[in-house]
Design a protein. Structure first.
Length: 182
């Protein structure tokens, strides 16, 4: 009988400890979402290969909520400043992972960044093109993100005209400075 009492007390103590641990745990506060508070962001690239991290282009990105998959929030994104540049994004907590294409899917981008506040974030941006081997690296950059407002609601994706440099050459990738910034 003494043994049964000890076992019962031990089981009760373990149950109480487990319940206290579960009850004491709090769900994390929701992170800022890419669309709440404005779905228009800018991304500014700073060249990783430069000793002074030379500033490259700043581009506009609109996010559109797609849905929730498990613990991740999914989005589509499109550029408001560079033609035919769009892709997908996923958010888990403060972490954002993105990929996309431009130039009729010949050029590719990836971004990994973290939301720092409701209006800003920082991380990395990398860009490449296909060549049948390892790819042609256009660049690796630090990236700064700023929430700047709301995307226009038009029902159709706006057409962004081809960008030209001041010398008249077509700007071939989003890392390049558009003519208005040169």
């Amino acid at each position: 009988m003494f043994r049964n009492t000890i076992n019962a007390l031990g089981a009760s103590a373990l149950f109480a400890l487990a319940f206290t641990t579960i009850a004491g745990a709090q769900a994390p506060l929701p992170s800022p979402q890419l669309v709440n508070g404005g779905n228009l962001w800018t991304i500014t690239a700073f060249d990783d290969a430069s000793p002074v991290h030379t500033q490259l282009a700043t581009q506009g990105i609109c996010f559109e909520f797609v849905g929730v998959v498990g613990t991740q929030t999914r989005y589509r994104w499109r550029s408001t400043t560079f033609p035919d540049w769009n892709g997908r994004a996923t958010q888990e907590g403060d972490q954002i992972f993105m990929h996309g294409d431009y130039a009729k899917d010949v050029g590719h981008d990836g971004m990994e960044w973290q939301i720092a506040s409701n209006r800003s974030g920082a991380g990395h941006w990398f860009e490449w093109r296909e060549d049948g081997g390892y790819g042609i690296t256009i660049g690796f950059a630090n990236a700064e993100w700023q929430r700047v407002g709301a995307c226009p609601v038009t029902g159709v994706i706006p057409v962004v005209p081809v960008q030209f440099a001041t010398d008249g050459k077509v700007v071939e990738n989003p890392f390049s400075l558009p003519a208005r910034l040169q």
